[in-house]
Write a protein that binds this ligand. Structure first.
Ligand SMILES: [Zn+2]
Length: 114
């Protein structure tokens, strides 16, 4: 149910953006979703469809999802590599002292006025 709370979080954030930008209606919201954010885009999309029907303000608002690839940094050899296929072990030097650079976040990239 992580995705449903994300939808309501995005609704609140978009409402604020609408007030700031003096918008009456929003045609589309583009959300960037990190590969390892724990948010499953298909679920997010279906909860969006469910939630917008119950929210007058967003009844005609489409959701667009852009994935953010996850990238990990290796402190031992200072390389970066894609997180999803490799996990926490550096594919170049085999070190485990790595940390995630990006990919566990989500952001509203843009909203399109109707
Ligand atoms: Zn390494």
């Amino acid at each position: 149910m992580h995705e449903l709370s994300t939808v309501y979080y995005v609704f609140d954030a978009v409402k604020k953006l609408m007030v700031d930008n003096h918008l009456q209606e929003v045609g589309a919201v583009t959300l960037q979703v990190g590969e390892v954010s724990g948010i499953i885009p298909e679920y997010l999309e279906s909860f969006w469809q469910f939630a917008r029907k119950k929210t007058a303000l967003f009844q005609n608002t489409e959701l667009k999802i852009e994935p953010i690839p996850a990238v990990t940094y290796c402190q031992a050899c200072r390389s970066t590599y894609p997180t999803v296929p490799q996990g926490k072990t550096c594919p170049y030097c085999g070190s485990g002292s790595t940390f995630l650079l990006k990919g566990n976040e989500y952001n509203i990239k843009e909203i399109e006025a109707k």
